[in-house]
Design a binder for this molecule. Structure first.
Ligand code: GLU
Length: 302
């Protein structure tokens, strides 16, 4: 039964997306064309021997980077080519280039919100770029370069929804978010009258919204904008952002040499215009002009 429902919802989303394709404001299904993306100059003779993570990557000749694969404009994997695209993917590429490794050779691995800390702790990935909010709890488990972008929690509902205008209207409503995410935790703590439903990914939440199994999806506005743009006749964002979600690059905790090098890389790419170009070729396609990137938080060594 569950399988049938899942299959059905996947078909619904696919059908709706296909119908919406080509409409103004709908994201390209396969991400931006390669020609529109910046080419990041690879730093020559860059060395970071103090970083165990960098030494490992250097000897294998590539970084292994954790990312998302189902978040339009941010981190999306084209099922046909296996290629990843989006703003977070560009951030990973520019950082890799600044650390001396050809961004064309990055191996991306999809890691869900709930599994990021473990993936960094057990060395499955070298670093993580995927709408990853920096906060003190997570800093006990991993390190963070950045932030490189500031998002805020929002709500996505069906187009004909009139009752939900903000988080205080969620009492008695079914709200879906990703397990292990900050938006999930915030609803549980601050809006306990909402009925929370958790899945591994937001795209499954969106399927559930489209098939009337939940009343709202909550996560960062940057993520929700992408889903709404895929089916603008079916979904809408409501209310104002009700949190601050500074996006960081997750690195293994204790590898401060890598963390500081990531901070330097971001600062340099913000200065030379690559950050803005990357934004405009990806997340900027959602119609939101490039903001000023948030100040980098170079916190002391752990
Ligand atoms: N930025 C939030 C978080 O890190 C929500 C998005 C996500 O789950 O990746 O938990």
């Amino acid at each position: 039964m569950l399988r049938t429902t899942r299959l059905f919802s996947a078909l619904v989303l696919t059908a709706l997306v296909t119908a919406a394709c080509g409409k103004e404001g709908s994201p390209p299904t396969k991400g931006p064309a390669a020609g529109e993306l910046p080419v990041y100059e690879v730093a020559k003779d860059f060395r970071l021997p103090q970083s165990g993570t960098w030494r490992k990557a250097e000897s294998r000749g590539r970084f292994v980077v954790g990312a998302k694969e189902d978040q339009p404009y941010l981190g999306e994997k084209d099922p046909a080519s296996g290629r990843y695209s989006g703003f977070d993917i560009e951030i990973a590429k520019m950082v890799s280039a600044s650390l001396g490794l050809d961004p064309g050779r990055i191996t991306f691995r999809t890691i869900a919100s709930a599994n990021r800390e473990t993936a960094l702790q057990n060395g499955q990935i070298d670093f993580y770029v995927g709408t990853y909010t920096i906060n003190d709890n997570r800093k006990k488990l991993v390190g963070f370069g950045g932030p490189y972008y500031m998002a805020g929690q929002g709500l996505l509902v069906r187009h004909d929804e009139d009752d939900i205008k903000g988080p205080s209207d969620l009492a008695g409503k079914k709200v879906c978010s990703a397990a292990g995410s900050t938006p999930y935790q915030r609803i549980r703590k601050d809006y306990p009258k909402a009925t929370l439903v958790a899945y591994d990914t937001y795209s499954v939440c969106v399927d559930n919204l489209l098939t009337y199994q939940v009343d709202a999806v909550t996560t960062d506005d940057a993520i929700l904008i992408g889903y709404a743009a895929k089916v603008p006749d079916e979904l809408k964002l409501v209310g104002k952002p009700f949190s601050e979600e500074p996006y960081g690059i997750g690195v293994p905790r204790g590898d401060d040499a890598l963390r500081f090098a990531v901070d330097d890389a971001l600062a340099a790419r913000e200065r030379d215009g690559d950050w803005k170009k990357a934004y405009e070729a990806t997340l900027g396609l959602s119609g939101v002009p490039a903001p000023e990137p948030p100040a980098i938080d170079r916190y002391p060594a752990s």
